[in-house]
Write a protein that binds this ligand. Structure first.
Ligand SMILES: [Zn+2]
Length: 177
């Protein structure tokens, strides 16, 4: 091995056509080849400038579940306090009102969460966490339909504005991870 080889080693690896197309596409406006784009990312990683995405879907779902539990506990506490103070259970209408307040808060939480899991390139239901992943373009189209049907059948609702926006702008970018 000569000096040049030793101090400038070559790295090569296989990838998928879809991923290379993405590198080509992103390199084009900057007059860079797919190789150069990959090298740029690699250099950033080596210098510590490539920061891994912090949002972990599981953490987000756990957080949402915890908030839901806290709300339910709060609701239960209101009911118990009421019973203790007035020596009788909360009226049906009072019960309904508190329950509907809790539900409204949950709806607001759900409506502010995107159903697209960028990290794994898949959709998920913000209500129950069901995952929708795909292996190719046809699967991608199917899963979008599946997702919409799921909301309708399982949760008795249409896409909320955020979900609609995400779906309308979602482009196929390869298989889910
Ligand atoms: Zn669901």
């Amino acid at each position: 091995m000569n000096n040049y080889e030793a101090s400038n080693p070559l790295i090569s690896f296989r990838t998928t056509k879809i991923k290379k197309d993405v590198a080509n596409r992103d390199g084009k406006p900057r007059n860079m080849s797919a190789n150069e784009i990959v090298r740029e990312v690699f250099d950033k990683w080596v210098t510590g400038d490539l920061v891994e995405k912090q949002t972990d879907l599981k953490v987000e779902i756990e957080k949402a579940r915890l908030e839901k539990l806290q709300l339910e506990n709060k609701l239960l506490k209101i009911k118990i306090d009421f019973g203790e103070n007035f020596q009788r259970p909360l009226s049906i209408s009072g019960n309904r009102m508190i329950t509907s307040n809790v539900k409204q808060i949950q709806d607001i939480q759900n409506e502010s969460q995107s159903p697209f899991d960028e990290l794994n390139n898949r959709l998920f239901c913000v209500n129950c966490g069901q995952l929708f992943d795909w292996i190719n373009h046809n699967g991608f189209i199917d899963q979008i339909k599946e997702f919409t049907n799921h909301l309708l059948i399982k949760h008795n609702r249409n896409l909320n504005p955020l979900e609609k926006n995400v779906i309308d702008n979602l482009e196929y970018q390869g298989a889910s991870k």
